[in-house]
Ligand binder design. Structure first.
Ligand SMILES: C[S@@+](CC[C@H](N)C(=O)[O-])C[C@H]1O[C@@H](n2cnc3c(N)ncnc32)[C@H](O)[C@@H]1O
Length: 356
C-alpha cells in the first residue's frame, strides 16, 4: 500500500499516540507532585484508604489530594474501589514510586518536567536568537540533581562504581589524593571521604549554592578529609591520584580544555573516572534507547543550553560514546575503557589513564 493510501489509518494511529503522550505527560507532572508532597510514601504505608484518610496521614488538603487521586486512578497508577471510596497504591507500583525504592524511584525523576517548564520561555527565545539559558535561571537545579544522584551514590558509589576501576578501592583505603569536578552538592565526595578516611578529597564546582551544601554536609558528618572549592574546572590546578567527573563533562562550556586540565592534573599512575550518559553519538543508534526522548529533552532544556549560554561547546546530553572517547584521546589519555553497571540504563563509566 502506498503511503498516501495508508494516510488516514496512519494519521489515526499517530493521533492516538499523541493522545497517550499528552495523558502520560500530564501524569508525569502529577507524579512529580505526588513525590514532592510525600503522597506515594504515605499511600505505600496505608491499607486502602479514603482521600480524607490519605490527606490526613500526609498532612495535606483533602480537596487537592482527592483531585490528584482522580488523576492517579484514571492513569492506572492507583486503584480505586467506588463501594467504599478506598484508594490503594499497589506494592508493585510503590516499588518504583516511593523514597524507599531508592535508585528505583522513578517519581523523583519526573521533577525535571517542572524544571523544564520553568525555562521554556527562555529556551524558546534561544531557539530564535541563539545563545542559551544561564545557570541563574535554574534555582532548583542543584537540589533536584543532588536528590536524583544521591539515590545512586548511596546505593552504589562505594561498593559498585569505585570497584569498576581495578585496584582503586585498595588505593583509596591506603590513602590517595582525589578530586571530583563539577561536584554539585558534593554528596559523592562526602560518601567517599567517609568510606576512605585515609584518602584526601576535594570537590570543585562553579555553583556557590552547591558548594555551600557540600561543606554543610561534610561538617554534619564531621569529615576532616573532604574540602570544597568554588572554581571553574577548566582552570583546575594541583595534582591528584584520582579525578572523577559524574554527569558533568557534557554540560561544560569548555569540555575539551577541562579534559586536558584533568589529564595534566593526574599523577603518573593516576586515573580519571568519568561517569556520563550511556548513549551513542550516532542519532540513528539512539532510536529505541529506553530514555531517548528524556535525554534529548534534558539536553534542550538544560545541558546543551547552559553550555551555549556561556558561548560554550554545547555538546549536549547525548554527546555519546564515540565523541567522548575521541575527546578523551585528544586530551592525552592513551588508555580508555568503558564499564557499565548492570541495571543502570542512564550511565556509562569511562576509565582513562595517560599510559604508562
Ligand atoms: C549535572 S550536574 C552534576 C553534579 C554532580 N556531579 C552530581 O552527580 O550530582 C553538573 C555540575 O557541573 C557544574 N559545572 C558546570 N560548569 C562548571 C565549571 N566550568 N566548573 C565547575 N563546575 C561546573 C554545575 O554547577 C553542576 O553542579
Amino acid at each position: 500500500m502506498t503511503e498516501r493510501a495508508q494516510g488516514p489509518a496512519r494519521q489515526e494511529e499517530f493521533a492516538g499516540r499523541m493522545l497517550r503522550l499528552l495523558n502520560d505527560a500530564c501524569l508525569g507532572h502529577l507524579c512529580s507532585l505526588g513525590h514532592r508532597a510525600g503522597l506515594f510514601d504515605v499511600m505505600a504505608g496505608l491499607p486502602p484508604a479514603t482521600s480524607a484518610r490519605i490527606a490526613e496521614a500526609a498532612g495535606l488538603d483533602e480537596r487537592y489530594v482527592r483531585e490528584w487521586l482522580g488523576g492517579m486512578t484514571v492513569g492506572g497508577i492507583v486503584e480505586y474501589a467506588p463501594e467504599d471510596g478506598g484508594y490503594r497504591l499497589p506494592p508493585a507500583h510503590a516499588a518504583v514510586l516511593t523514597r524507599d525504592a531508592g535508585p528505583d524511584n522513578m517519581a523523583a525523576f519526573t521533577q525535571y518536567l517542572a524544571m523544564m517548564g520553568e525555562v521554556e520561555d527562555e529556551v524558546l527565545a534561544a531557539f530564535r536568537a541563539g545563545g542559551g539559558v544561564p545557570y541563574s535561571s535554574y534555582p532548583h537545579f542543584q537540589d533536584l540533581q543532588a536528590e536524583e544522584t544521591a539515590r545512586v551514590y548511596d546505593s552504589s558509589l562505594v561498593d559498585t562504581i569505585v570497584p569498576l576501576v581495578p585496584g582503586l578501592t585498595e588505593r583509596l583505603r591506603d590513602g590517595i589524593d582525589a578530586l571530583d569536578i563539577g561536584t554539585g552538592q558534593g554528596h559523592a565526595v562526602n560518601l567517599l571521604a567517609r568510606a576512605f578516611p585515609r584518602s584526601r578529597f576535594v570537590g570543585m564546582d562553579i555553583s556557590e549554592a552547591g558548594i555551600g551544601e557540600a561543606c554543610a554536609e561534610a561538617a554534619r558528618w564531621e569529615l576532616d578529609n573532604a574540602r570544597f572549592e568554588v572554581a571553574d574546572t577548566a582552570e583546575l590546578t594541583g595534582s591528584y591520584d584520582l579525578i572523577t567527573a559524574f554527569d558533568v563533562i557534557h554540560d561544560l562550556a569548555r569540555p575539551a580544555r577541562t579534559l586536558t586540565a584533568v589529564a595534566n592534573g593526574l599523577r603518573a599512575d593516576g586515573v580519571f573516572l568519568m561517569g556520563d550518559i550511556a548513549a551513542s553519538s550516532d542519532l540513528s543508534e539512539n532510536v529505541g534507547h529506553p530514555l531517548g526522548p528524556t535525554l534529548y529533552a534534558l539536553s534542550v532544556f538544560y545541558c546543551m543550553t547552559v553550555s551555549l549560554a556561556e558561548g560554550g561547546a554545547g555538546l549536549g546530553t547525548v554527546w555519546g560514546r564515540q565523541t567522548a572517547l575521541r575527546m578523551l584521546r585528544e586530551a592525552g589519555f592513551d588508555e580508555v575503557g568503558t564499564r557499565e553497571v548492570p541495571g543502570d540504563i542512564l550511565n556509562v563509566y569511562y576509565v582513562a589513564r595517560k599510559g604508562r
